[in-house]
Design a protein around this ligand. Sequence first.
Ligand code: NI
Length: 264
Amino acid sequence: MRLQLATWPEVEAYLGTRDGIAIPLGSTEQHGPNGLVGTDALCAEQVAWHGAQSVVAAGRKILVAPTQALTPAQFNLAFPGTISLSASTFAQVLEDMVRSLARSGFRRFYFLNGHGANVAVTRAAIHDLHLRRSINAQPEFASLQFRFRSWWDYAQTNSLRAQLYGEAEGMHATPSEVAITQAMVNRSAPTVENMAFEPLSTEFFVSHAGDNHNDAQTHREVFADGRVGSDPSLADPAHGRRLLDTAAKEFADDFLAFTSDQEN
Ligand code: NI
């Protein structure tokens, strides 16, 4: 069930036996010449919504919070349509979301991520939420638990990405994420011919992991059409459906494991 489509008595009833909630995290930024600005948010929420359907179909319960689509993305600001929060603002947003939901009675927070630059900041925000309790013993932070996963890191999903695209998956505007939006969004995808593809070096992957990129102007000069080492012309809606189904199943299983002592 999506929180936005629930009534407050339904949320209260859920909290009578459950305390877990999933929070999709995305971005609002350019995704190359044929990818949508909302790609990361759309992917994370589709994985969450489809995973939630299989949780419910299995007779279990889940709530999915509204997708947080405004996040840090400064390196893409030289491309039109990108919106970036500062890292500190995003961390504050995450803390306010957690504190609000904790006030309702939620205790377990599963962040389902779709954007590389969210990794470091979300982990830092989780660190500071634990710190409040660890250093000051603040009771409002007692017993809060967090899990953070990026959809592409689930084992079977990661294998499928490699199988479908190999090194053409790249780092940004990947064919996997573009394929998922092609499968789920009701608009005809723009096609781009003759997309040159240059594989990234291992050193680049290591030093730029988690969207650890340069300033926006430099980034656009180096990556002129917005892609980073990917070939999203390989994206296909049928691939997107397979990727989505695989990631949604792995998310559902992981959410149930996270809340396993509340099964009945
Ligand atoms: Ni993306």
